[in-house]
Design a binder for this molecule. Structure first.
Ligand code: FUB
Length: 339
C-alpha cells in the first residue's frame, strides 16, 4: 500500500541470546502482539502506542492509541514489514478513543480484525472490521459486537473450525463494572472471594456476531477451587490467549499488577481450566501481554516490554522468542533478560 514501509531490523545475524532482547520494530512503538500465520508468513496485530501528556492512572487514559498497523515477518526474527494504517478510530462510528489490544482471524479468505475501544459514553466494547488481506485495510462494522464488553479480544480457531472470542480485563478494562451483561458501578471481589473471570463466546458463522451469550471461564487452583481475587500472582487480570498442543487447551493471560504471563489447561475451550504456572516473568514496564503461535513446527511467544522507551509504561515494543512445551505438556518458563 501507499503507506507501506519496509524495515529490516538487525536481528537476523545475531545470536539467539540477542534475539530474545531485540524489539521486532523500532520505528514506531508497538504493544500487545497477537500473532498468526497467514499465507506462510507471520502477521502480528499489535497496539500502536503513542506519546501523549495524559496522566498515568488506573483507568489507563495514557494508553491513548488511535490506529492499528499490521506488522509481518517473513520468518521468525526476519525482515519486518509495517503495512501502514490498517484501521483508524476516526473511521469507526461507534468508537471515540483508546484502540487497545487487537486480534485477527481468517475465515474463507476474509480477514477479521477484532479491537476494543471506548464509545462516546466512555465504555469499552469490542468491534470488528473486515478486510480482504491479512494486513488490511479493514472496514469496520457500524456498531460494536452485540453482547461484547471490556477489552483484549482474542480469537481462537479450533480444529473443527469453530471460532471463539475471548475477552475481558480488570481495572482500566472495566470488567469489574459488568454484571449479567449490564454496565454499572465497579465492584471488586474481596481478597478471599473468587477473582473476576475472563469471558468466552462462540463467534457466529458470519464472524461479526456472537453465536451465544458470553460465558465466564473458571480457573481453578491445585485443590479444584476457584482462584481468589487476593491471589494476585495467579488470578486473571487481562490479555487472554488460547492455543492447543497435544489435544490440550492452554489458556494464558496476564496477572496485571503482579506482571506475569501465566497459563492454565483444560480439555475444553470453556474450561474449567487448571492453573499450571508461569510462561513469562515480569518485563520492563507495568503491562505484560502476549500471544502464542506455531510457525514451521516451532512454537513462539510474542510479547512486549518498554525497553525501547527507557521504561515508559505506555510506550512499548513488541518482541518474540521461542516457547517450549516440555514432554509432560508443561510450558518452560521464560526469563526475558539475561542474568
Ligand atoms: O495496550 C493497552 C492495554 O495494556 C491492553 O489492552 C492491556 O492488555 C495492556 O497491555
Amino acid at each position: 500500500t501507499e503507506n507501506e514501509e519496509i524495515i529490516t531490523q538487525g536481528v537476523e545475524s545475531t545470536s539467539a541470546l540477542n534475539a530474545i532482547s531485540e524489539p521486532l520494530v523500532t520505528h514506531i512503538y508497538t504493544a500487545d502482539p497477537s500473532a498468526h500465520v497467514f499465507k506462510n508468513k507471520i502477521y502480528i496485530y499489535p497496539s500502536h502506542d503513542v506519546e501523549n501528556d495524559l496522566p498515568l492512572g488506573d483507568n489507563g487514559d495514557h494508553f491513548d492509541m488511535r490506529d492499528y498497523h499490521v506488522i509481518s515477518l517473513d520468518k521468525p526474527h526476519g525482515k519486518a514489514t509495517d503495512h501502514g494504517n490498517a484501521l483508524d478510530v476516526k473511521d469507526v462510528k461507534w468508537a471515540e478513543r483508546q484502540m487497545w489490544a487487537p486480534d485477527a482471524a481468517e475465515k474463507d479468505g476474509k480477514y477479521y480484525l477484532y479491537f476494543p475501544a471506548k464509545n462516546y459514553q466512555g465504555i469499552f466494547h469490542i468491534g470488528v472490521a473486515v478486510g480482504e488481506q491479512p494486513e488490511g485495510p479493514f472496514v469496520p462494522e457500524d456498531t460494536h459486537i452485540a453482547g461484547s464488553f471490556s477489552i483484549d479480544p482474542a480469537v481462537y480457531q479450533d480444529d473443527d473450525n469453530q471460532y471463539y472470542l475471548l475477552f475481558g480485563g480488570i481495572s482500566g478494562g472495566q470488567l469489574q463494572n459488568w454484571r449479567e451483561g449490564e454496565f454499572g458501578e465497579e465492584v471488586y471481589p474481596a481478597d478471599n472471594e473468587a477473582a473476576l473471570k475472563p469471558i468466552i463466546a462462540k463467534l457466529a458463522d458470519n464472524m461479526v456476531d456472537l453465536a451465544e451469550a458470553p460465558l465466564e471461564i473458571d480457573i481453578l487452583d491445585e485443590n479444584g477451587d476457584l482462584l481468589l481475587a487476593g491471589d494476585i500472582d495467579r488470578r486473571y487480570f487481562e490479555g487472554p490467549w488460547m492455543h492447543k498442543h497435544n489435544g490440550i487447551y492452554y489458556f494464558s493471560y496476564s496477572t496485571g499488577d503482579s506482571h506475569k504471563i501465566v497459563y492454565a489447561t483444560s480439555d475444553s475451550p470453556y474450561g474449567p481450566f487448571n492453573y499450571q504456572g508461569v510462561i513469562l516473568e515480569p518485563v520492563i514496564g507495568w503491562t505484560t501481554h502476549h500471544s502464542i503461535a506455531k510457525f514451521e513446527g516451532k512454537w513462539y511467544l510474542f510479547y512486549h516490554d518498554s525497553s525501547l522507551s527507557g521504561g515508559q509504561t505506555h510506550l512499548r515494543n513488541i518482541k518474540m522468542t521461542e516457547l517450549t512445551h516440555n514432554d509432560d505438556n508443561s510450558i518452560a518458563t521464560i526469563t526475558p533478560y539475561l542474568e
